[in-house]
Design a protein around this ligand. Structure first.
Ligand SMILES: [Zn+2]
Length: 258
């Protein structure tokens, strides 16, 4: 499996403190086709990225949960810094109320060569929507309850089948052989007169599921999306100690998922 690296660059929710910044979650899916995104973009996000030693230029996409200031006011500054640094590749912003992306980036004078693409994320209903799909993972969203249009996101890595050397040995295959390529490409092969299927010698590694939500009410949607998650990052502004009640405190961590 590829490595997923997550850096949580802001944990302070509604108002910043001297030590803590607003919500900005940096995720890298590290393989040959490296993918890098932000979930939410709090104030000074570009500086938080720099302080963490992360490249702002390698960002592919930004996923905004909702348009409360603590989740999005970093967009303008990030865009200006990208322009100063000479970015030319487009950047895509996924959000509910996508017209707000244009507004939030349009109230200052700034010249940038790169295109900003704004994509609508549905904020009504209870369905999980696939926003981005490739061979390695999907990124999906679900509407959540927050008094304003709001969504939660999940990166869902696909399960991966690989050749299990122990199983291969049991069916009589040598450690290395041309037959493995055929098994991968065609799903079956003949070896020493015996038909062997890829499934006979394969094992499956379950893909990881990473879920991020802004400060939603606890609702069925977030419970649904968080099912079987390997990691749930849940922002919250008001914390209650009431057992069994609403809150999971904002996580403060740096975590690698291998
Ligand atoms: Zn909010």
């Amino acid at each position: 499996m590829s490595k997923i690296e997550i850096n949580i660059l802001g944990t302070t929710a509604g108002a910043p403190t001297k030590e803590r910044a607003h919500a900005t979650i940096h995720l890298v899916y590290d393989d040959a086709n490296r993918f890098c995104c932000l979930f939410d973009c709090g104030e000074n996000a570009q500086r938080q990225l720099m302080l963490a030693g992360l490249s702002i230029m390698k960002l592919n996409d930004i996923f905004i949960t909702h348009w409360h200031g603590d989740h999005c006011l970093g967009l303008g500054g990030l865009k200006d810094t990208l322009a100063f640094e000479g970015r030319e590749h487009p950047i895509t912003i996924f959000s509910p109320e996508p017209r707000r992306a244009k507004k939030s980036l349009g109230f200052t004078h700034s010249a940038h060569k790169f295109k900003v693409i704004s994509r609508r994320v549905p904020a009504k209903g209870k369905k999980i929507k696939t926003l981005l799909k490739n061979k390695r993972f999907d990124i999906v969203s679900i509407p959540v309850e927050h008094g304003v249009p709001a969504v939660a996101y999940a990166l869902m890595e696909k399960d991966k089948s690989f050749i299990d050397k122990e199983k291969a040995r049991k069916v009589g295959l040598p450690e290395e052989h041309e037959v493995y390529r055929e098994l991968k490409e065609r799903g079956k092969a003949i070896h020493n007169g015996k038909e062997i299927f890829f499934d006979d010698i394969a094992s499956t590694e379950k893909g990881k599921k990473i879920v991020y939500s802004g400060d939603t009410e606890i609702c069925d949607s977030i419970k649904e999306l968080a099912k079987c998650a390997d990691l749930l990052i849940q922002d919250c502004t008001y914390f209650t100690e009431n057992p069994g009640e609403k809150n999971i405190s904002t996580l403060l961590c740096r975590r690698r998922l291998n």
